[in-house]
Write a protein that binds this ligand. Structure first.
Ligand code: TTP
Ligand code: MN
Ligand code: MN
Ligand code: MN
Length: 372
């Protein structure tokens, strides 16, 4: 096959759900720039511009050829003048002044730092930034501050949590947890989702989705599993959100709305076999033989499982485009709980992700092609 841009006569869709986006991003020099600008907009509360940057980035990620000249952009959607100016500057200089200004800016640097703490979002970051804080030390050592339990543990395990999790570490935790769950409920379905399901080699957390085909049997799984893990001393922190799911509720209009399933945000103690022992023998400083790893559990009824799996597999931009496509092109409403056809006034049942793509009239995309 030919990968040169001129040979691609097929129109590139404006929706990520109509394009293949593998992990390998050959336009990373541009997409990195757009994602920094998008993040900066998010920190400034400029949602519209943030969306535009993320959509532009996603278009470039789907290309099978590297952008080499401005001519290569002909016919591509979602790349307006603002986006083209940035691409042109990077093509000429290898960098973009606007991006450099952002990453050296006080606000971006502070928000990056603050939001890297587990339990700290945009609101808290804004507050701390306005109060004049710029470093973690200033915040951590401030006796005036009241931290949530999540933030306290976020600080406590900061180094571990902000370091990457390898695929083998993710699989180790997944296998371990799945074994425990299958002993409790033999027909439970336990799936590693999120970035690792999309083929990523490293991630910032381990996302695990759980269901059971026998009605209501999924309901006891979370608490029983947490109890077992706690008794084994493997839970450093956990926060259970009970389900608020209502089957008759229409899918959410907000593209970034959280879902209503039972879930648990965990800091897991991953014990590394063999690490530490040699150091003790050599009488060196005792090294820690475990690593704190962020793990998310989500538990869904069987009927909503395919929708939840699709939603939790991501990427976030892929999910946003799926919903936008459903709304704008199909007069349907999609979220992590289901798909509602507004023309026929019915919820559409699905038991596999393939079913959902079919309902939407989309060609099926494997998880590893959803890296928008
Ligand atoms: P993340 O775990 O944040 O992201 P990721 O797995 O793609 O990448 P990494 O962890 O390596 O940074 O989210 C995974 C998906 O889960 C994302 O598409 C959004 C979705 N999600 C929900 O649908 N509902 C929720 O309540 C949460 C917390 C996430
Ligand atoms: Mn994840
Ligand atoms: Mn993430
Ligand atoms: Mn997650």
């Amino acid at each position: 096959f030919n990968t040169s841009p001129s040979s691609s006569c097929v129109q590139v869709s404006q929706y990520a759900c109509q394009r293949r986006t593998p992990l390998q991003d050959i336009n990373q020099i541009f997409t990195d720039a757009f994602e920094i600008l998008a993040e900066n907009c998010e920190f400034l509360g400029n949602k519209e511009l943030c969306k535009s940057f993320l959509r532009a980035s996603a278009v470039l990620k789907s290309l099978r050829f590297p952008i080499a000249t401005m001519k290569d952009l002909d016919g591509l959607p979602l790349l307006g003048n603002e986006m083209k100016t940035i691409i042109e500057e990077i093509l000429e200089d290898g960098k973009c002044a606007r991006v450099l200004d952002v990453i050296n800016g006080e606000r971006y640097k502070s928000f990056k730092l603050f939001t890297s703490i587990f339990g700290v979002g945009l609101k808290t970051s804004e507050k701390w930034f306005r109060m004049g804080f710029r470093t973690l030390e200033e915040i951590k050592n401030n006796p005036e501050f009241k931290f949530t339990k999540m933030q306290k543990y976020g600080f406590l395990h900061y180094e571990d949590i902000t370091s990457y999790i390898s695929k083998s570490e993710a699989l180790e935790i997944y296998d371990f947890v799945r074994d425990i769950i299958l002993k409790l409920v033999p027909d439970a379905v336990v799936t590693l989702t999120g970035g690792f399901r999309r083929g990523k080699e490293r991630g910032h957390d381990v996302d695990i989705i759980i269901t059971c085909p026998r009605k209501e049997k999924e309901k006891s799984i979370l608490h029983n599993t947490i109890t077992i893990l706690k008794n084994q001393g493997l839970i450093l922190f956990y926060d259970i959100n009970e389900s608020t799911f209502v089957e008759t509720k229409l899918p959410s209009k907000k593209v970034d709305a959280l879902d209503h399933f039972q879930k648990c945000f965990i800091i897991f103690k991953l014990v590394k076999e063999g690490v530490g022992a040699t150091n003790i023998k050599d009488n060196e400083m005792e090294s820690k033989n475990w690593k704190a790893v962020r793990v998310d559990f989500v538990i869904t009824p069987y009927k909503q499982y395919a929708y939840a799996l699709l939603g939790w597999t991501g990427s976030r931009q892929f999910e946003r485009d799926l919903r936008r496509y459903a709304t704008n092109e199909k007069k349907m409403m999609l979220d992590n709980h289901g798909l509602f056809d507004k023309t026929k006034n019915v919820f559409l049942d699905a038991y596999t992700e393939e079913d959902i793509f079919e309902h939407l009239g989309l060609e099926y995309l494997e998880p590893w092609d959803r890296n928008a």
